[in-house]
Design a protein around this ligand. Structure first.
Ligand code: ATP
Ligand code: MG
Length: 398
């Protein structure tokens, strides 16, 4: 009896002419995720992705866990495939699901026949297989409305499939089908969630982090690496650019009005991110900002930040409240790491009363008084450290 994995398309199936591009990308990702576990054949037919192990002894629990985190699949199941003959189907169903049937009291058989040459139609197959399983498990009762367990059989071109329970997938679109973005990653709760949300829309991404040693420590950097690594099971492997930001930040502190410091710093970060995005071909910047969360996230402040450079700034958390963001960070398993203490460059030198409604004109006037800033930003961008984050690599931060 050979178990295979099946993944079902969600939103992708609504795509028109370029649907095959989405499918090809997803197949590539599935192959890549499964490869370290052993040899698999991965193919797509009738909007379903089949992942068939070609070796014995492959850890199918781990394989299932890995592909469950791949964007583009609305649902997944583990299934066995057998010959399209009624007796074999009955025996296989009993072998595969018999143990699970012993643990429930009510069940139902569902059948679907894509291959119309199969001699029994779906209602016949449901009835006959149901009778067979009842014979094997006399304690069971059929409940068509609300069964504790469904036995689902599908007759497809490649064979008869007997499915285990269908579980929801991550949904979204395969990473790599919506361009590339550069995510501003701090060590907090929000920015890893922002990365997850954009990757879920199919965006491939790298991260950029601003560090201001000695105000921020090596531990803060390690924490950001650990977060990037955690989220890589969704985003795929990526680069983390660590920008030495001390000099521009001190320069702003020393040359600008206190109350405008935060917005000026955020504009400066955006300009540096823009330069690195240009080098790596990223078409957008991503942040974890959420409307009105802090003074730099009012509409006025965001307008000033946006005007600093010309790439679109994507803020997938803009309309989410903190509880919703935390819920997602628990889902992505980044919450516990995010709440460990660390220093962020955004929190140093911040004035006690930043201006909540800054005007772009006053910001531009303040920048005109900082002629040395552009050069420092250029230098920071050029000397950024590039760290390769490999998919699923464990980085300890305790
Ligand atoms: P988070 O919870 O992600 O740290 P926050 O609300 O604490 O967010 P803010 O300081 O308000 O962070 O920053 C808003 C956004 O700016 C963050 O979500 C992140 O995208 C970006 N950001 C903040 N600090 C840094 C940093 N040191 N390096 C890179 N990006 C940063
Ligand atoms: Mg935030």
């Amino acid at each position: 009896m050979k178990e295979i994995l099946m993944g079902y398309q969600g939103e992708m199936s609504l795509k028109g002419l370029n649907k095959h591009t989405f499918e090809a990308t997803l197949m590539k990702i599935l192959r890549y995720r499964l490869k370290p576990l052993g040899e698999f054949k991965v193919y797509c037919a009738q909007s379903t992705f089949y992942m068939e192990p070609l070796e014995d002894g492959i850890d199918m629990d781990e394989a299932f866990a890995r592909v469950s985190k791949v964007f583009g699949l609305a649902a997944l199941s583990r299934s066995v495939v057998c010959e399209k003959n009624f007796e074999t189907i009955c025996e296989t169903a009993e072998m595969y699901l018999g143990d699970a049937l012993r643990d429930v009291r009510t069940f139902k058989v569902e059948a679907k026949r894509a291959d119309k040459t199969f001699p029994m139609n779906s209602p016949e197959l449901m009835r006959e297989l149901g009778a067979y399983l009842l014979g094997k498990h006399p304690h069971l009762r059929v409940d068509v409305k609300n069964p504790q367990m469904k036995v689902f059989v599908e007759i497809r071109d490649y064979g008869a499939y007997i499915h285990g329970p269908k579980v929801p997938g991550e949904g979204g679109l395969p990473v790599g089908t919506s361009g590339r973005g550069l995510n501003l990653l701090s060590g907090g709760i929000d920015s890893p969630v922002a990365a997850w949300r954009m990757a879920r829309r199919g965006m491939a991404l790298d991260h950029i982090h601003f560090a201001s040693p000695p105000y921020t420590s090596d531990r803060a950097k390690l924490k950001v690496m650990a977060l990037a690594s955690k989220i890589s099971v969704y985003t795929g492997g990526c680069n983390l650019f660590v920008v030495p930001y001390t000099k521009p930040q001190e320069y702003i502190r020393d040359h600008a009005p206190d109350v405008l410091f935060t917005v000026l710093m955020r504009r400066s970060m955006m300009r540096i991110a823009n330069k690195i995005a240009g080098k790596i071909g990223a078409e957008a910047l991503i942040t974890g900002e959420s409307l009105a969360q802090v003074a730099s996230q009012t509409v006025k402040a965001l307008q000033c930040t946006d005007a600093a450079q010309d790439l679109p700034v994507l803020r997938p958390l803009i309309g989410m409240d903190k509880n919703e963001i935390i819920e997602t960070s628990r889902h992505t398993d980044t919450f516990e790491l995010s709440i460990l203490p660390y220093e962020d460059c955004c929190t140093i030198f911040t004035p006690p009363h930043p201006k909540i409604r800054p005007e772009l004109s006053e910001i531009l006037a303040a920048e005109a008084e900082m002629p040395g800033l552009a050069e420092l930003e250029q230098e920071a961008a050029e000397t950024a450290e590039r760290i390769r984050i490999r998919l699923g690599e464990e980085i300890e931060f305790v």
